[in-house]
Structures are given as structure tokens and as C-alpha cells.
Design a protein around this ligand. Structure first.
Ligand code: COA
Ligand code: AMP
Length: 631
């Protein structure tokens, strides 16, 4: 109900209370908020203090009570198991109520943590909503993470219960999850009291007596429980994301602000209506999965698609078009890398000829830079607007987008368009001065952040302030660099820290370096993200051997690749390691990662005046040429 984007945006920054107060009317409250925003403890802002509600009630019970009980809530489409299952809102509510009953019977109460480590199956959604139902704080760990990463999260979140499955299914076959979970619990000093395991027929897991429970058995005997009312400001979940070191950041999201912003976004950003079919082709382990597979579509009364498959190979590059056609998908949201994968295998889009997709209205892309080639290819093939939008785990919803439900602005390839209402985006120079149009700098958001953004890092208020708010007082620093052009369009030029994006997955090069440096023969190392035509970026490692360690480079490479796979997970995709005599450094000892990156990407670079020895760059260039970079 805004006349234009400009009107909505202006209202959101100039009359924040009115803007968000009106948006909050769409949510069902047990008790209305006392205030829209509490700014009495800056920088710890609180949205809707005094308000009480339940997120699961808003996502399920409310719809069943208001005539959506027989509507499909979830379409589970799993080409890897040849399954298509439709679950109505009423059925999902029954399952979630029983799962909440199981958790309650195990002593899980409001504020307790529950970790889920699950593949893309409906039970993953059930478990998440069951936690929300009883006010427990869920922390979903992506199934592709190795035991060590899971252990770090168990250690930090200290879950009372872990919910997992016997296996995930990748195109090359089932991946048993239970041994990974057992190893993670061994590694962690915190031990969950119980583990609930969903047994899948592809691989069943032996259960540990006294600790492990079979999902099917406990659910059979469970008594359903209702919703626990929580404060709008109570945490709904913790989601760990990569920072610049190996210690992930536990992003905390509240209940009230989260529901308000997500519900608003469905109408005004994605342009959908209740009852529409919405598909975020991501994974519940990532923020996109939390917000746009689970919460937003259900809060808004849509049908969400839960797809257990890949863009290609399950079985072919027509898979996405098949799903859209078969289920009448109105909006597809995925990462550019998925479209690049399809384009690579089917450059002429021949597979689309097998399907009619008149239902598709928009293709939304996020997670990494949308390159113009992919943008044009998708638009020409699908004949729908291709909407690049920019966001982060920390924000939980888009920071910049072309808001299709407000006003379709002209698109500029390479730009995620303009700030979403609620976000006061500024470009800062290194001293924190706001820069004018077309000037590249640090992208920051002027505080307060809008609802749904992180409220802190789990039990680390100080770390939250240090990581995001301390550098420039009054601003949240996004970690991305870019500029705003004279028409107000934002351009994201990439991360300004050691975070990289591999196939839309956010990873820390610092974290990988920490793992590699534990190799007994390696004296020092560096990891940089280099351009990749399919995955956007991939990490490349550089290792300097300890004196006297005369090892075959190919053996070292194999060992390092193995270390990263087993400590971090195969999703890191670190497949190339150069063994070099020394690293390029400044005289003060700082590794020149950005220069290495430019050499690898065959981009022009200037030799930094502070370099210790410029000859090293020639060695790097040679090493990179040997593995197919630096052309
Ligand atoms: N559980 C276990 N292992 C997993 C996993 C999971 N949930 N997800 C990925 N992996 C493994 C894969 O099996 C693969 O292992 P391998 O090297 O032993 O074969 C490795 O991690 C890398 O997987 P992936 O990133 O899927 O690479 P790929 O080369 O197999 O496929 C794409 C390339 C582009 C098709 C794929 O990366 C993709 O679908 N990307 C889209 C990602 C996305 O949606 N991101 C969400 C952001 S919105
Ligand atoms: P994640 O927290 O995993 O969602 O990753 C967030 C990071 O992904 C951002 O800080 C950006 O670096 C990158 N990113 C996400 N969306 C976009 C986009 N549309 N354009 C460019 N980069 C993006």
C-alpha cells in the first residue's frame, strides 16, 4: 500500500515507528508491544519490547484456524529419493505439535537450545518449528559441515538435545550423518542429553542406548503440545556463520522483529500473495533456508517447496524447470551459481523446451555477486524479471533489492538496486566519513538496523560490538565494499575481509589457514579466494614448508585437501594448493593476499611499496600458472 518505492523508503527512515508499527499489525500478538523500538541501551536496540507472541503459532495454528488447514504447506520434492510429498498446514501442525511434545517430555524448556543437523527433509522443518513452538532456541547446522565444525557449534550453543537423521543424500550416494554426529559429540566437552535420529531407509544408523532415540518411535507415542508465549525480544534461533577466523559467529535472531520483517518482505519484496507457491532452492542450514524455505512462506500462508536435489545431475539441467512447472512455482529464489551450473550443462536452454512454466513471475538471486552473463542468460531464457538482491546471514532478509511488490524499478545489471525500506545504507571512507555518489568505500548501515537483523552474537555481546559496530560509531559495518551511483543504485564490489563465497556458501579463508597451519611440515600458509566460472569463488592454498622438509608438492597438496575436507567439509572446495618457497609479505610481515588474488584472477596490480621482496610475486605467478590461473 505504498504509492512508490521512494514513499515507502522515506517513511521507513523518517517515521520508523509508524512504518514498522503498521507492518507489525500483520502479525498475531498475544500481547501488543509497548513500544515499536527501544533505543534506551544503544547499540543494543530492541524491536517491539513488551510484545508477546509465538512464531510457530503465526506460521501454522493461525492459518489452520483461518481456513488454510487443507492448503499444502510444504511440497517435499526429492529427486534423489524419487519422492514427492505434499503436507497440508493441518498435517504439519499435527507433526510439529507432537515433536514439540517429544522435546517437552525430554525436559526442553523455553530458552534451552536444540541443535538440528539434518538433510533437506520435512522433518528438518518440523524440528525447527517445534522448537519455536515451545520457545526453545534452535540452531541448525548445515549437513555438509564436518564433525569438527558441528562440535564447535555444540560447544558454543550447549544444546540439551540434538536432532539429526541417519543420512543425507548427495548425487554420488548417501552420506551417513550419524558417525559425523557421534564424532562431533566426542570432540565436544558439552554433551547433549539426548539425540533424536530420523532413520532413513537408504542408511540406518545404530543408536547409542540411553542417549539416542528413534524419531519414529518417540513421535508415535508423543502428546501434542500448544504454543508457549514468548517475548518479542526473546531469541528464536542462533545461526552460526563464518567470520574472519575459524571461530564461527553465533548470529542471534529475535521472535517479534523477525516475524514482522519476513511477513512484510513476502508481499513487498517478493511480490507474492498468500496461497502462492514459493521456492527457495537453498538448504535449511543456511540463512536463506531459515528465512525463505521455512519461516517467511509459512508466516505468509504460502506453499513452500523443500527440494532435496541439485540444479544439475538430479537427473539433468532441466530439474529446476521441472519443479517450477510441476508445482506452479511463482517465485524461484536461488544463488547465481545454481544458474551458472545449469547454463554450463545446457547453454542453449534446451531442457526448458520440455516444460511450460507460465506460473513463474520472478527469479530472485542472492548469496554472491550476480555476474552480467548469468543475469542476461537467465532473463533471455525465462522471460521474467531477474532480481539480484543483497543480504547476509546477519540481517536475515534483504538489505538491497528491487521491491517487486512496491514498484518495479528499472534494473541495472550488476546492481541489487536500492536499499530495502528500513535500511539506511551509507558508503564510508576509512575514517568513517559518508561518501557521495559513485565513490567506492565500506558499505555500512546507519543504526538502528531494521527488525529481523541480528540482536547480538550468542552470549558474546562484546564480540558483537567489536565485530560490527565498533569501527564506526553509529553504523553496522557489513564487511562488503561498494558504492551508490547518482541514481541511488547500490553496487556490491565484494568482501573487504577474509570471507569468501563458494557456490553461495560463506566460508572463512582465515579458518582454512588455521586448519592448514596444523600440518606438521608446513611453516606458514595463506588461503585466498580466486574467481571461478561456476562457483563464483574457490579457495586456493599456498604452503611454505618447514626448513629441511623436502616433501613432494603433490603429496602435500593431497594432505592439505584431505585436512580441509575432514575438518571443515567437502563444501569448502579447496582443491588446489601451491607449495612455494615463501609468501609475499609487507616489511611489517602482513601477507599480501589481495595482490595474490589479483595475480590469480589475471587482473592488473601494482607492486605494493611496502613489499619485502618483489621477486616473490614472480614465484607466486609461476605457481599459479602451473595450476591454471594467472593467465
Ligand atoms: N551434506 C553433505 N555433503 C554435501 C552437502 C550436504 N548437505 N552439500 C554439499 N556437499 C558436498 C558435495 O557432495 C560435494 O562433495 P564432493 O566434493 O565429495 O563431491 C561438495 O560438498 C561440494 O558440493 P557442491 O557445492 O554441491 O558442489 P558441486 O560441484 O557438487 O555442485 C553446484 C555445484 C553449483 C551445482 C552446487 O554448488 C549448487 O547447487 N550450488 C547452489 C548452492 C546454494 O543454493 N546455495 C545457497 C545460497 S542461497
Ligand atoms: P551469507 O551470510 O552467507 O548470506 O553471505 C553474505 C555475503 O554474501 C555478503 O556479505 C556478500 O559478500 C555476499 N552477497 C550476498 N548477496 C549478494 C549479492 N546479491 N551481490 C553480491 N554479493 C552478495
Amino acid at each position: 500500500m505504498y504509492n512508490s518505492y521512494d514513499e515507502a523508503y522515506k517513511l521507513s527512515v523518517e517515521n520508523r515507528d509508524k512504518f514498522w508499527g503498521e507492518a507489525a499489525e500483520a502479525v498475531q500478538w498475544d500481547k501488543k508491544w509497548d513500544k515499536v523500538l527501544d533505543d534506551s541501551r544503544v547499540p543494543f536496540y530492541k524491536w517491539f519490547p513488551g510484545g508477546r507472541m509465538n512464531t510457530c503459532y503465526n506460521a501454522l495454528d493461525y492459518h489452520v484456524e483461518n481456513g488454510r488447514g487443507e492448503q499444502t504447506a510444504i511440497i517435499y520434492d526429492s529427486p534423489v529419493t524419487s519422492t514427492i510429498q505434499k503436507i497440508t498446514y493441518r498435517e504439519l501442525l499435527d507433526e510439529v505439535s507432537k515433536c514439540a511434545g517429544v522435546l517437552t517430555s525430554l525436559g526442553v524448556k523455553k530458552g534451552d537450545r536444540v541443535i538440528t543437523y539434518m538433510p533437506m527433509i520435512p522433518q528438518a522443518v518440523t524440528a525447527i518449528l517445534a522448537c519455536a513452538r515451545i520457545g526453545a532456541i534452535h540452531s541448525v547446522v548445515f549437513g555438509g559441515f564436518a564433525p569438527n565444525e558441528l562440535a564447535i557449534r555444540i560447544e558454543d550453543a550447549k544444546p540439551k538435545v540434538v536432532i539429526s537423521a541417519s543420512c543425507g543424500i548427495e548425487p554420488r550416494g548417501p552420506i551417513p550423518y550419524k558417525p559425523l554426529l557421534d564424532k562431533a559429540i566426542d570432540l565436544s566437552t558439552h554433551k547433549p542429553e539426548k539425540c533424536i535420529i530420523f532413520q532413513r531407509p537408504q542408511v540406518t544408523a545404530p543408536l547409542i542406548e540411553g542417549r539416542d532415540l528413534d524419531w519414529h518411535i518417540v513421535m508415535k507415542d508423543a502428546s501434542p503440545v500448544g504454543c508457549t508465549t514468548v517475548a518479542a525480544t526473546d531469541p528464536l534461533y542462533i545461526l552460526y556463520t563464518s567470520g574472519t577466523t575459524g571461530v564461527p559467529k553465533g548470529v542471534v535472531r529475535d521472535n517479534g522483529g523477525h516475524a514482522v520483517a519476513l511477513k512484510w518482505s513476502m508481499k513487498y519484496i517478493y511480490g507474492v500473495e498468500p496461497g502462492d507457491v514459493y521456492w527457495a532452492a537453498s538448504d535449511v542450514g543456511w540463512v536463506v533456508g531459515h528465512s525463505y524455505i521455512v519461516y517467511a512462506p509459512l508466516l505468509y500462508g504460502c506453499t513452500t517447496v523443500l527440494y532435496e536435489g541439485k540444479p544439475v545431475g538430479t537427473p539433468d539441467p532441466g530439474a529446476f524447470w521441472r519443479v517450477i512447472s510441476q508445482h506452479n512455482v511463482k517465485v524461484l529464489f536461488t544463488a547465481p551459481t545454481a544458474i551458472r551450473a545449469i547454463k554450463k550443462e545446457d547453454p542453449d536452454g534446451n531442457y526448458l523446451k520440455n516444460y511450460d512454466i507460465p506460473s513463474l513471475k520472478y527469479l530472485f538471486l542472492a548469496g554472491e555477486r550476480l555476474d552480467p552473463d548469468t543475469y542476461h542468460w537467465a532473463g533471455d531464457l525465462l522471460h521474467v524479471p531477474v532480481v539480484d538482491h543483497w543480504w547476509q546471514t546477519e540481517t536475515g532478509w534483504p538489505i538491497a533489492a528491487n521491491c517487486m511488490g512496491i514498484e518495479e524499478l528499472p534494473l541495472k545489471p550488476g546492481s541489487p538496486t536500492k536499499p530495502v525500506p528500513g535500511y539506511n545504507i551509507q558508503i564510508l571512507d576509512e575514517s568513517g566519513r559518508e561518501l557521495g555518489p559513485d565513490k567506492e568505500g565500506i558499505i555500512a548501515v546507519k543504526l538502528p538496523l531494521p527488525p529481523c537483523c541480528l540482536t547480538t552474537l550468542w552470549q558474546k555481546d562484546e564480540h558483537y560490538v567489536d565485530s560490527y559496530l565498533k569501527e564506526f560509531e553509529g553504523y553496522y559495518v557489513t564487511g562488503d565494499g561498494g558504492f551508490i551511483d547518482k541514481d541511488g543504485y547500490l553496487f556490491i564490489m565484494g568482501r573487504i575481509d577474509d570471507v569468501i563465497n563458494v557456490a553461495g556458501h560463506r566460508l572463512s579463508t582465515g579458518g582454512m589457514e588455521e586448519i592448514i597451519s596444523t600440518h606438521p611440515d608446513i611453516a606458514e600458509c595463506a588461503v585466498v579466494g580466486v574467481e571461478d566460472s561456476l562457483k563464483g569463488q574457490v579457495p586456493v592454498g599456498f604452503a611454505v614448508m618447514k626448513a629441511g622438509k623436502d616433501r613432494k608438492p603433490e603429496d602435500v597438496q593431497k594432505e592439505v585437501v584431505g585436512m580441509i575436507r575432514s575438518e571443515l567439509g567437502a563444501i569448502a572446495c579447496l582443491n588446489r594448493v601451491c607449495v612455494i618457497p615463501r609468501l609475499p609479505k609487507t616489511r611489517s610481515g602482513k601477507v599480501l593476499r589481495s595482490t595474490i588474488r589479483k595475480i590469480a584472477d589475471s587482473k592488473p596490480y601494482t607492486i605494493p611499496s611496502t613489499i619485502e621482496d618483489p621477486e616473490v610475486l614472480k614465484e607466486i605467478d609461476r605457481a599459479l600458472k602451473d595450476i591454471g590461473y594467472a593467465k
